[in-house]
Design a protein around this ligand. Structure first.
Ligand SMILES: NC(=O)c1ccc[n+]([C@@H]2O[C@H](COP(=O)([O-])OP(=O)(O)OC[C@H]3O[C@@H](n4cnc5c(N)ncnc54)[C@H](OP(=O)(O)O)[C@@H]3O)[C@@H](O)[C@H]2O)c1
Length: 330
């Protein structure tokens, strides 16, 4: 069994990776501030703060068989982790994003698609989040150069399931479980791809064990928005649920956003971004990625929603009042 380091480990994907590595019998160290949550049972937290100078000092001199870094939007974090730990690491996984691609409308693209220009400076504030993709491009470059021959770069699709902090996929199980008349985008044929956080974590750990290298788009099977919403409704929908389709034009005119944010309908995307939910993930599947049925993800996401409170203020989705107003317009 190996010695694993997860840079993160206190929430969502990195926590699921740490949990999967523990389940595989590895010794697992999670390095984080410990502010977002706890590390999974069986893992050990080493407190680090990557925002401060020399923040990874508590890990100095350590050697790991496998390192997983989920640095979301900081080139400096990635470079410093590589400088501190890269040489001694047996295998290095960097979790990137499909937002690295220059043309997000391109359907069924692969990892060799044209990417954004790299950006080597970190964001200066939340309004600079547009730099996400370009900073990930620079981060991927740094990983591939520094741990050349030992690096796995994973570009996930929409990550769903328990403990999701984005409130996106979970909106639908929460909404359908509440029942009654639910507004859905009238876009049943829109492509859709998503991945349960537990499946992605399991695959990342398996890749670390097998020393899989290269770059992969990692998401579930290609399906449609209509099929995903059918599967969620069948798994968790209340008996009196009635879906009310509204055209994208109608929704946009009413101020409803696609994908994420306040007053949005998650999973729904404009043409300009459909490439993000319609990628060629065949190579990841050939490298062992396996995904559970959407129904299982929906049940787990609903449990998470219920634990947080379905009626809470959300990061994404419609409030009951926003939805009622839309339905009244009809
Ligand atoms: N969600 C999606 O659908 C999606 C899709 C594509 C790609 N991705 C990628 O997937 C990854 C998601 O990672 P995640 O779910 O584990 O969540 P995350 O929100 O990126 O958090 C990761 C970890 O960073 C730690 N952290 C934050 N600030 C820190 C600091 N100053 N010093 C040290 N550690 C710090 C947090 O712990 P503490 O707060 O306890 O320190 C947490 O454990 C990201 O790389 C993202 O770009 C996500």
């Amino acid at each position: 069994m190996g010695r694993w380091l997860v840079l993160g480990g206190t929430r969502f994907l990195s926590r699921a990776v740490a949990a999967a590595a523990v389940a595989h019998g590895h010794e697992v160290v999670c390095a984080a501030r410990g502010e977002s949550g706890t590390v999974p049972d069986g893992a050990r937290l080493v407190r680090v703060d990557r925002d401060v100078d020399d923040g990874l000092a508590p890990l100095r001199g350590e050697r790991f068989d496998a390192v997983v870094d989920v640095a979301i939007i900081s080139y400096r974090w990635v470079r410093e982790a590589l400088a501190e730990l890269g040489e001694a690491a047996g295998h290095w996984t960097f979790v990137s994003t499909m937002n690295v691609y220059a043309d997000l409308s391109r359907r069924h693209g692969g990892v060799d698609d044209r990417m954004l220009e790299p950006r080597y400076t970190d964001p200066v504030g939340p309004e600079d989040f547009g730099a996400y993709g370009s900073i990930k491009v620079a981060s991927e470059q740094a990983v591939n150069e520094t741990v050349h021959g030992r690096a796995l770069v994973v570009r996930p699709g929409l990550i769903c399931g328990p403990d999701d902090v984005s409130d996106r996929f979970g909106y639908w199980p929460g909404r359908f479980a509440r029942g009654g008349r639910a507004v859905v985008p009238d876009a049943p044929d829109q492509p859709c791809q998503l991945i349960d956080v537990r499946d992605l974590a399991e695959w990342i750990v398996a890749c670390g064990e097998r020393r899989t290298t290269g770059t992969f788009d990692a998401s579930g099977p290609s399906t449609t928005l209509g099929t995903v919403l059918d599967e969620v409704a069948a798994a968790v929908g209340a008996p009196d649920l009635q879906r009310v389709p509204m055209s994208p034009e109608e929704l946009i005119a009413a101020g409803v956003l696609p994908w994420q944010g306040p007053c949005s309908l998650p999973l729904w995307l404009p043409e300009s971004h459909l490439g993000v939910v319609d990628r060629d993930t065949g190579p990841a599947w050939e490298a062992g990625l396996r995904c559970r049925p959407v129904a299982e993800t929906a049940v787990a996401a609903l449990n998470h929603e219920r634990a947080l409170g379905i009626e809470r203020e959300r990061e994404a989705g419609l409030t009951a009042a926003e939805e009622a107003e839309l339905l009244d317009r009809r």
